[in-house]
Write a protein that binds this ligand. Structure first.
Ligand code: ADP
Ligand code: MG
Length: 731
């Protein structure tokens, strides 16, 4: 039987799935939100009273009482049943990195034995999933193993379709019996509340009409798409989502002909299909294009309120994965599926919006609104400066370690890019506002700031694509987030450090006002202090360069290259104070979360180590040995017919080169297994993670080096694993 690789190639050669189905509707608006219990459906299916109560809860976070919840549940059920839904589920985002659901049917049996379809307020508000095997970092001892999911009314319920099955999904938080959070959403919601309060307080310096500030998020999702049958012939892709061996193709991305190139038809059909599913779910996708690497693509929606945007990104990753199967394609959201070509990230565009319709990070048109813009702008820079290590921790994962600092993605050093014009504005404030208050202050405030900023609006080309955290005209773009990450954590951190910084800012300005300073002047002076204090985090140059790493070290900026060390930022005293003070995490929750993240790292590297050992031993060595046998037979034959050694010199050389690689692979695999065993014997999770990072992982490169060399030598016909050129270029 031919190998899976050749069966897959055969199937591709004879056609594969190439049908372009197209959207079922002419206009996107006709499908948008059709599977969402949104404002329109609520109006239609809820009484006035229930509608108002729900909207109030969505807007102001107020509680919904049991009677109202019963009404909302009844409305939701009626809406869902009309669309063929039979089951419901509490949909949540545990710390596994995926989404979780457990379906229950509406169907139940009454005490008299008759069957009925039921969905009441209790079922809507809270469920108790048997959740003892979700990651919890030791928070739930088995005797208290209950976990609860609780309805989050601020994110609308939706219908998930799978084949002909339809399920009503209710977005929920996931917490332990005592309220400790076990997911991404609960802390995110808390951070949204903290930020709202702190930002509204600061807004009141400028505008008393603001009563709510929400963080907004527009994510850009990068991903790879390859043929599913080829992917299935690679145990590393199936189990780890990335290739652990594989020589780079002769042509990679050096011709730069893929970026924004025309989208292959088969991928285009897949995109239309997952876009259609996304539109139905209310995910406002807007942009699609080819990315830099061959086989790499990106999609991005219109930005939304951060909680909904996070849910939508999690949903999208799930939808893409499911829809790809219909097209016999495989989506890879891993940060580094292929060595030698770019990896994938998820840019998180973040800003702050008021309920009066103002984007607080958009430069204003008058001196007053510009001071408001500068306030939020400078506070963001100060927040990132003060908590840079947490920002780094927020994006740490085994997958992202391959990307950060690999000259294709921002480095592990956190810095902020703001562009030439805003740098000039900040420099000027820093140099011209003096410690002492003076008449100059008024002039700077009224005229000079205003004169400078509008220039920025005209020039949006001033972009730095190497920065991990860049200002892009009216928002900050956190570019170092990994492509497989749940946006919830980085957004929760950003919201929280911003809330903390704004709180302090308000106190300091108030203190000056109490001393008799004019409000605007007081603000200007504190801003000047913040600008000076956070200067070292600003960097306008090439973040990929070696010089920057040196300069950053001189500036005293951290550069945590690996996940285990980067995660320490979560459990410093400063972090504990920050999270406790803003009502996000107790110390215990934080320690537990840290433990979960370390464990996740360990497990990922452990699985990779196992699969690499397996592939090396069961796929690569047999192929090498089989080819070597062919060579040996050839040499024997040449000898038999009486030729001398000069005529099979090349074969003899190849035989010995192959032996060398075989030996090296064998030795490194054995050493790696031994290192793994040593690490597994260590109970303390941080120590274990360090060992996996520093003692197990280094063998990966050694093994890969020899495997990739063999790939170049061994007869193509006996090589069992699909090659890079096949996965990246054949569609
Ligand atoms: P690019 O960065 O590729 O030039 P854009 O700047 O148009 O593209 O937008 C990138 C992403 O930023 C999109 O998802 C967009 O919705 C989002 N975005 C735009 N404005 C905001 C905002 N105020 N808050 C959050 N995200 C935003
Ligand atoms: Mg962008």
């Amino acid at each position: 039987m031919s190998s899976l690789r050749f069966q897959a190639l055969q199937a591709l050669a004879t056609g594969g799935e190439r049908k372009i189905s197209g959207y079922t509707e002419k206009k996107i608006t006709a499908m948008f939100g059709s599977n969402v219990f949104n404002g329109r459906s609520m109006r239609e299916y809820l009484s006035d009273e229930a509608y108002k109560s729900l909207m109030n809860s969505v807007r102001n976070g107020s509680r919904i009482d049991r009677r109202m919840a019963d009404q909302v549940a009844a409305g939701m059920k009626a809406w869902a049943e009309e669309r063929g839904v039979t089951h419901f589920t509490h949909w949540f985002q545990p710390l596994t990195g995926t989404t979780a659901e457990k379906h229950d049917s509406f169907f139940t049996i009454k005490s008299d034995g008759t069957a009925i379809e039921l969905f009441d307020g209790d079922a809507l508000i809270q469920q108790e999933p048997d959740a003892s095997s979700f990651p919890n970092g030791g928070i739930r001892a088995t005797f208290e193993a209950r976990g609860y999911t609780a309805w989050d009314p601020s994110s609308p319920a939706f219908i998930m379709e799978a084949g002909s099955g339809k399920t009503l999904c209710i977005p929920t938080i996931f917490i332990a019996y005592n309220g400790e959070s076990l997911d991404h959403k609960a802390p995110l919601l808390k951070s949204i509340t903290a930020l709202d309060k702190a930002a509204v307080d600061v807004c009141h310096f400028f505008d008393k009409n603001v009563s709510k500030v929400t963080a907004t998020l527009g994510w850009e999702q990068e991903y790879f798409v390859i043929d599913e049958t080829l992917a299935n012939a690679r145990p590393d892709l199936i189990m780890c989502g990335r290739t652990l061996v594989g020589h780079s193709p002769a042509k990679g991305q050096q011709l730069e002909d893929h970026y924004f190139g025309s989208i292959p038809e088969r991928v285009y059909a897949f995109m239309q299909d997952f876009e259609q599913e996304s539109y139905k779910l209310g995910i406002p996708l807007r942009t699609r294009h080819n990315e830099v690497a061959p086989g790499q693509f990106e999609c991005a929606p219109i930005f939304e309120e951060v909680n909904i945007a996070v849910d939508h990104n999690s949903l999208l990753m799930d939808v893409m994965d499911k829809v790809a199967r219909r097209h016999k394609l495989k989506v890879l959201v891993h940060e580094k599926p292929f060595a030698g070509v770019n990896g994938s990230g998820k840019h998180n565009n973040w800003s702050l919006a008021t309920d009066t319709g103002v984007n607080l990070l958009s430069p204003g048109k008058t001196p007053r609104t510009n001071l408001m813009f500068l306030t939020f702008f400078v506070n963001t820079i100060k927040a990132v400066h003060d908590y840079a290590d947490l920002m780094r921790g927020a994006i740490a994962s085994a997958g992202n370690d391959h990307r950060l600092g690999a000259n294709e993605a921002p480095p592990a050093i956190i810095s902020v890019y703001i562009g030439k014009y805003l740098t000039e504005v900040l420099d000027e404030i820093e140099s011209r506002v003096k410690d002492k208050f003076s008449e100059q202050d008024e002039v700077i405030l009224k005229l000079d700031i205003h004169k400078q900023i509008p220039v920025l609006l005209m020039d949006n080309t001033d972009r730095n694509r190497t920065s991990p955290f860049a200002f892009t005209g009216n928002k900050f773009e956190f570019r170092a987030v990994g492509s497989s990450a749940n946006c919830g954590s980085p957004m929760m951190i950003l919201n929280t450090i911003m809330a903390e910084t704004l709180k302090k800012f308000k106190q300091e300005v108030d203190a000056l006002i109490e001393k008799g300073e004019k409000k605007e002047i007081a603000i200007l002076h504190i801003l000047r202090q913040y600008i000076a204090a956070s200067k070292k985090i600003r960097f306008e140059g090439d973040n990929y360069s070696a010089e920057w790493a040196e300069e950053a070290a001189e500036r005293g900026l951290s550069n945590f290259k690996t996940t285990p060390e980067a995660l320490d930022a979560y459990v410093t005293d400063a972090a504990k104070q920050l999270f406790l003070g803003n009502g996000i995490f107790t110390d215990r929750e934080l320690e537990a979360r840290h433990e979960v993240m370390l464990e996740d790292y360990v497990k990922k590297v452990q699985i990779e180590a196992r699969i690499l050992g397996y592939i090396a031993t069961n796929h690569i060595l047999p192929a090498a040995i089989s080819y070597q046998n062919t060579l040996i037979e050839n040499v024997r034959g040449l000898k038999d017919i009486g030729l001398d050694a000069t005529s099979y010199k090349a074969q003899l050389n190849l035989i010995s080169v192959i032996s060398g690689h075989i030996q090296n692979i064998n030795d490194n695999v054995e050493a790696m297994i031994a290192a793994r065993k040593r690490a597994n014997n260590v109970d303390e999770m941080h120590k274990r993670a360090d060992m996996y990072c520093n003692e197990v992982k280094p063998y990966f490169d050694n093994i890969r080096y020899h495997a990739d060399k063999l790939e170049l030598i061994v007869d193509d016909k006996v090589w069992p694993l699909p090659k890079y050129r096949e996965m990246l270029f054949i569609k």
